[in-house]
Design a protein around this ligand. Structure first.
Ligand code: SAH
Length: 464
C-alpha cells in the first residue's frame, strides 16, 4: 500500500483550492459536501464558483495564490491545469504547512482523493493508487446501486440512540440489536412510517432486546479450504462474518483471516515455524471456555475439518461440556491439488476407489495397505507426505509398485505461490529434496499433471 486511507477531520478547518476551471469545479463539488471552510484562488473563476461565493458556500479571491494564502489550511488542491502554475502554488502551499494535492499529478501529490460513495455519515472511499481510475469508477457505481439511499439516514438516527443502547450488555446483545435495526426494523419503519415513526420503533426494539435472555454460545467447526479465499463456502464466509472468536490453525491463509469480523477475537492455535504451539487439550479447553461465555466461536481449520483435522477430539469436548456445535465442510487439499493439475481423482477404467492417506501419524510413519496401493491404476491423496516420502517409496516398491508410477507433489494448492512437482515413485525422495518445498504439500500418488507443460523439467525429461 503506497497510500494509506484515513478519514480526515475537516469540519471548521480551511481547505484551499487554487484554480477556477473544470478541474477545480470537480474537486469543489466534492468538497462542498464537507463542513470545511473553502477558499478558492482564481483570477478567472467559472460562473458556478462565483455563484457559490455569492451564496456564502465558499470564499473567492479573484487573484492568483500568493505566499501565506494557505496558512492554517488542512488541505490544498492545485487545480490550475497548468503545470508551471500548479508547481508554483504547490510549493507555496507546502511552505504554508498544508498537505497538497496536484490534480491529476500523482507523483507530485502528498495525498490523493478517492472515489467516494456518500451515504453520510457512512462514507466509502475507493482508491487504486492512481493505477485504475476506471476500476474505481466501476466499483463506485456498483456500490451506489447496492447501498440503499436511506442508509445514511438510518445511521444518523442510530447515532442518536447509541447511548440508550448501552443498557444492553456489550458484545453480542448489542450487535444483535444493531443488526436488527439496520437490516430489519429500521428499513421497515422508514418505509412504513417515515422518519417520524422510527423513534417509537427504536424504543420498542430496545425494550424487546433488553427483555431477551442472553443467548447461549455455540461453535462452528469450519473448513477454510486450501487457501484461495474464493474457495470458501458461503456458509464459511457467513460464519466468519458473525464470529465473536476465531480460533484458527497454522495453515489457514492470512487472506481468509482478513475476512473475519473486525471485532472478532483472533486466536492462533497452531505453531508457526518454531514458535509456541498449543496442545490439543488446550485448544479444546479454549473453545469450550469461550462458548461457555456466550460467544459464537468459529474453529477454523484448513481444507475440510473432517480430513486430518482432529475434529473428533474437539466435538467430544463440546459434547462433554454441553455446547451446541455444527460442522461446515470445506474443500480439502486433495480436491484443490487435483484441480490444479487438471486431473480427476477417480476415473473409469483406472480407479474406482480413492484413498486418503497420511504420511505420518501420531506414532510416526503411518502403516497402510501397501499391497493394495501398489497395484497398477491405484490413486491416493497423501497428506503430510513430505517427510515420509522415502518411507512411502520403500514400502510401495517393496510391495511391487512400478518404479515409473506417476506421483505429483502439489505445494500450496490453489494459492498464488502454488508449485507442482511431477515425478515418478523411483525418483520421488530425491526430487522432493531437490525441490526444497517449504509450504504445505500433498502427494497425488498415481496421477501426473494433464498438461505436462505445467510440470517442472523433471517430467519433460521423463517423457523424452
Ligand atoms: N484438513 C486439511 C488437512 C490438514 S492436514 C484438508 O482437508 O486439506 C495438513 C496437510 O494438508 C498438509 O501437511 C498438507 O499435506 C495438506 N495441505 C493443506 N493445505 C494444502 C495446500 N494448500 N496445498 C497442498 N497441501 C495442503
Amino acid at each position: 500500500m503506497q497510500h494509506f486511507p484515513i478519514f480526515l477531520a475537516v469540519a471548521g478547518r480551511r481547505i484551499v483550492v487554487s484554480g477556477g476551471g473544470e478541474a477545480a469545479l470537480a474537486k469543489l463539488r466534492l468538497l462542498l459536501k464537507t463542513e470545511a471552510h473553502l477558499t478558492v484562488f482564481a483570477a478567472d473563476p467559472a460562473q458556478e464558483i462565483v455563484d457559490w461565493a455569492a451564496q456564502g458556500k465558499l470564499t473567492l479571491a479573484r487573484r492568483a495564490l500568493a505566499a501565506g494564502d494557505a496558512l492554517c489550511a488542512a488541505l490544498f488542491y492545485a487545480a490550475n491545469e497548468d503545470d508551471a502554475e500548479d508547481a508554483r502554488v504547490t510549493r507555496l502551499a507546502q511552505a504554508d504547512g498544508a498537505l497538497t494535492n496536484w490534480v491529476d499529478n500523482l507523483g507530485q501529490s502528498q495525498f490523493i482523493t478517492p472515489a467516494i460513495v456518500d451515504r453520510d455519515p457512512v462514507t466509502v472511499a475507493i482508491g487504486t493508487e492512481g493505477a485504475a481510475p476506471v476500476l474505481a469508477r466501476a466499483i463506485k457505481s456498483d456500490l451506489e446501486a447496492r447501498l440503499p439511499v436511506q442508509l445514511g439516514l438510518l445511521a444518523r438516527i442510530g447515532k442518536t440512540f447509541r447511548k440508550a443502547v448501552e443498557a444492553l450488555p456489550m458484545g453480542r446483545p448489542r450487535r444483535d440489536f444493531w443488526s436488527d435495526y439496520y437490516f430489519k426494523t429500521g428499513p421497515e419503519a422508514l418505509s412504513q412510517e417515515g422518519e417520524a415513526g422510527i423513534q417509537t420503533r427504536l424504543d420498542a426494539l430496545l425494550s424487546d432486546h433488553l427483555s431477551r435472555d442472553s443467548q447461549p454460545g455455540r461453535v462452528a467447526l469450519v473448513g477454510a479450504g486450501p487457501g484461495d479465499p474464493e474457495l470458501l463456502t458461503l456458509k464459511a464466509r457467513r460464519a466468519l462474518d458473525e464470529a465473536d472468536v476465531v480460533i484458527y490453525d497454522r495453515l489457514v491463509a492470512p487472506e481468509i483471516l482478513e475476512l473475519a469480523r473486525r471485532e472478532a477475537l483472533m486466536i492462533n492455535a497452531g505453531k508457526e515455524g518454531f514458535g509456541p504451539s498449543m496442545s490439543q487439550d488446550e485448544i479444546c479447553r479454549l473453545i469450550v471456555e469461550h462458548a461457555a461465555q456466550g460467544a459464537y466461536v468459529v474453529r477454523l481449520k484448513s481444507g475440510d475439518p473432517t480430513v486430518y483435522g482432529r475434529l473428533d477430539e474437539e466435538v467430544d469436548a463440546l459434547d462433554a461440556a454441553g455446547v451446541a456445535w455444527s460442522i461446515i465442510p470445506g474443500i480439502t487439499a486433495a480436491s484443490a491439488a487435483a484441480a490444479g493439475i487438471g486431473q480427476s481423482l477417480t476415473k473409469r477404467d483406472r480407479n474406482s476407489a480413492l484413498r486418503f492417506l497420511t504420511g505420518h501419524d501420531v506414532k510416526g510413519f503411518a502403516e497402510h495397505d501397501w499391497r493394495g496401493l501398489a497395484r497398477p491404476g491405484e490413486v491416493a491423496a497423501i497428506y503430510m507426505a513430505k517427510k515420509g516420502a522415502r518411507f512411502l517409496q520403500g514400502r510401495l516398491l517393496m510391495h511391487g509398485a512400478a518404479p515409473n508410477t506417476p506421483v505429483t507433489m502439489v505445494e500450496n494448492a490453489s494459492r498464488a505461490d502454488g508449485q507442482t512437482l511431477a515425478t515418478t515413485l523411483a525418483r520421488l525422495p530425491a526430487d522432493i529434496d531437490a525441490a526444497n518445498m517449504s509450504g504445505p504439500a500433498i502427494l497425488l500418488y498415481g496421477l501426473a499433471p494433464r498438461d505436462a507443460a505445467l510440470a517442472l523439467p523433471q517430467l519433460q525429461k521423463d517423457q523424452a
